[in-house]
Design a protein around this ligand. Structure first.
Ligand SMILES: [Fe+2]
Ligand SMILES: [Fe+2]
Length: 261
């Protein structure tokens, strides 16, 4: 079994690049299951039904989210209706699926989304419970479900928090991949237990930008301390992802490949 995990898709340029890449890679790499972080797909801020449908129609199995869940107020009552969209399970004040189970080609998959506690802003300090205890609770609930593969998108800022999550879940899930920083880390690995891990998958979004934001705006924000509205860069996008191949008998990862192009 081969799974593909794609980092935060940012805006229209990110979506265009995602489409272009998935059209080729799903077939050329024989991908069985694909997870995409879509928290920035709607002009850099959140997701709407439009982007959800667009991404799912590309052959993506599950879309994960992150701190952008609050950006589009009209979506607050919609998340729960989107069957293949998961929002951070440890957020307490929003209705949505914290994990989702998908049966495909005789296998049962589960994708869990969590958000970190460090450096995610004051709002999240109040509106979340510990991602560590929440994921243990979810795994306990899944015990009788006979899931073949469990994948966790840990949307977090702090590298230590993500690495610690990886070790805590080492014998319990099949992949822990970080998202949110929009910068891919070069630490992809297979842990002794056979779990795949990367601290951050990176971003599928505008190349010469500051995490997807127009660089001119970002510079003025930092240099002049000026508050300017977010504007998504219209530069061509990079594609950041990770492919993990598993042994079908042991369910252990046998190969992990980082893509940054
Ligand atoms: Fe984020
Ligand atoms: Fe993001």
């Amino acid at each position: 079994m081969k799974a593909l995990f794609v980092g935060d898709v940012v805006g229209r340029k990110g979506l265009e690049r995602l489409k272009e890449e998935l059209n080729v890679i799903l077939k050329s790499e024989n991908i069985d299951f694909c997870v995409v972080n879509g928290e920035n797909s709607a002009s850099g801020r959140g997701i709407r039904d439009r982007e959800y449908n667009e991404i799912i129609n590309l052959g993506v199995d599950v879309i994960t989210m992150g701190n952008h869940i609050y950006y589009r107020k009209e979506m607050a009552t919609e998340y729960i209706k989107l069957k293949r969209l998961v929002i951070p399970a440890n957020v307490t004040n929003l209705e949505g699926h914290g994990y989702c189970i998908v049966e495909k080609n005789g296998l049962k998959y589960c994708v869990i989304n969590l958000i970190g506690k460090f450096g995610m802003g004051e709002m999240f300090e109040k509106s979340t419970v510990s991602p560590f205890s929440k994921v243990k609770e979810i795994l306990e609930n899944l015990k009788d479900e006979k899931i073949d593969y469990i994948f966790v998108d840990f949307h977090a800022e702090a590298t230590a928090e993500k690495i610690a999550m990886g070790y805590m879940l080492e014998n319990k899930v099949n992949m822990v991949f970080g998202t949110h920083t929009h910068v891919q880390t070069a630490d992809e690995k297979i842990l002794d237990s056979g779990m795949g891990y990367i601290t951050d998958v990176g971003m599928t979004g505008p190349k010469n930008s500051v995490l997807g934001l127009k660089k001119e705006i970002a510079l003025r924000r930092f240099e002049e301390n000026e508050y300017l509205k977010y504007e998504c860069s219209d530069e061509d996008a990079i594609f950041n992802a990770v492919i993990v191949e598993y042994d079908d008998n042991t369910r252990k990862a046998i190969n992990i490949k980082r893509i940054n192009k």
